[in-house]
Ligand binder design. Sequence first.
Ligand code: DX5
Ligand code: ZN
Length: 216
Amino acid sequence: MTVKIAPSILSADFGKLNEEVQEVAMAGADYIHIDVMDGHFVPNITIGPLIVSAIRKTTDAIFDVHLMIENPDQYIEAFAEAGADIITVHYETCPHLHRTLKLIKDNGKKAGVVINPATPVEMIKPIIHEVDLVLFMTVNPGFGGQEFIPEVLDKVKQAVTWRTEFNLHFEIEVDGGVNEVTAKLCKESGVDILVAGSAVFNQKDRKKAIDVIRNA
Ligand code: DX5
Ligand code: ZN
């Protein structure tokens, strides 16, 4: 199975965000990865529902909305209405994770859970049958262009094992430091979706950049 590519618009030129999104969608992006940061859970502030609804008007691409915010329950409806297709929330921000995942599904969206590099994969085992997607951070979230943490791939392999063992169908995504070299390691570990920010948007030829990662 070929790996899916989700360019992260965090590294796009925000002065021409619509064109940037359209360009990577045309270049074969499977999902558009949208990084939402609140300046509390992570040290950076980025995108709100207003921006998501603005870019929603220009493309039919699947929007993979990664919420790096405290109290995600408070904003799920807004992001759903803005045009998210998949909404992922951090285990570290959700004291009532079943409730939060249910809220995403009640809004008609696919629900995913994210864990930081230092969070053991065992923490999400009790809810793994509830999710459409598991996102493993391969950097500490907050910024693009950081270095890949390879130890996370052991957690990916455990999730692959559980998926088979429990006959589940969630997708496995990684985010952070994905490039031509690390993409290969991810694929070998069983990753289905690769998020790539700087490795796509820092290249002039986005189609070539996506193909290089996909075929790594
Ligand atoms: C990090 C974000 C990532 C980021 C990835 O907090 O969640 O999606 O944009 O950027 P790269 O691919 O440059 O590491
Ligand atoms: Zn992300």
